[in-house]
Write a new protein. Structure first.
Length: 154
C-alpha cells in the first residue's frame, strides 16, 4: 500500500498536481526540509500548492529505495529554474516518509543546502551556502512567500 501512496504523490509532483500530492497527506502531516523547516497540516500541503503554481519548467523523477507498510525512503530529483534568480537547479533529495491509515503522516526531505544554494543563488550561495546566515535568509524568504501565498487565497 505505501508504494502506491508514494507513486501517487510523486506522479502528482511530476505533473505539478499539488492536489494529488495533498490527497496523500494526513490532515495533521508533519513536513520538514532544509528550506522551509518544519511545517504542519495545511501549511505542508499549501507549500506544494505554492511551488507547483510557480513552477514553469519543473521536471521530477523519483525512485523508491525501500518501502514497507509503515515507512518508505525515496530518492527524487527536481530540475527547475529558481524564479528569484533565473538560475537552473538540479536538486537531489532523500525523502523519508511514514504512513498511518494509508496516508503520509511524516515527510522529511534532506538535501545539501550548500549544493542547492550554490545553484540557486550563484556565487553568494557557493561561498556562503553552508552558513547559518544564508540558511536563515532562505528560510525566512520561503516562509514569507508561503504566508503571502496563503493570504492571497490562491
Amino acid at each position: 500500500m505505501s508504494e502506491s501512496v508514494v507513486e501517487r504523490f510523486y506522479t502528482g509532483f511530476a505533473a505539478c498536481d499539488a492536489e494529488a500530492m495533498a490527497a496523500e497527506y494526513a490532515p495533521d502531516v508533519t513536513f520538514e526540509d532544509p528550506v522551509f523547516g518544519v511545517l504542519h497540516g495545511a501549511d505542508a500541503a499549501d507549500m506544494w500548492r505554492m511551488l507547483c503554481a510557480a513552477a514553469s519548467d519543473l521536471e521530477v523523477e523519483h525512485r523508491i529505495v525501500r518501502a514497507d507498510e509503515r515507512e518508505a525512503e525515496v530518492d527524487w530529483t527536481a530540475r527547475y529554474t529558481f524564479s528569484a534568480t533565473g538560475r537552473p537547479v538540479v536538486n537531489r533529495v532523500r525523502a523519508r516518509l511514514r504512513f498511518e491509515g494509508g496516508s503520509i503522516v511524516d515527510h522529511r526531505d534532506s538535501f545539501s543546502m550548500w549544493r542547492w544554494s550554490s545553484q540557486a543563488l550563484g556565487p553568494v550561495g557557493r561561498v556562503l551556502g553552508w552558513s547559518p546566515l544564508i540558511r536563515t535568509k532562505v528560510r525566512s524568504t520561503a516562509l514569507r512567500g508561503l504566508d503571502a501565498y496563503r493570504r492571497s487565497g490562491a
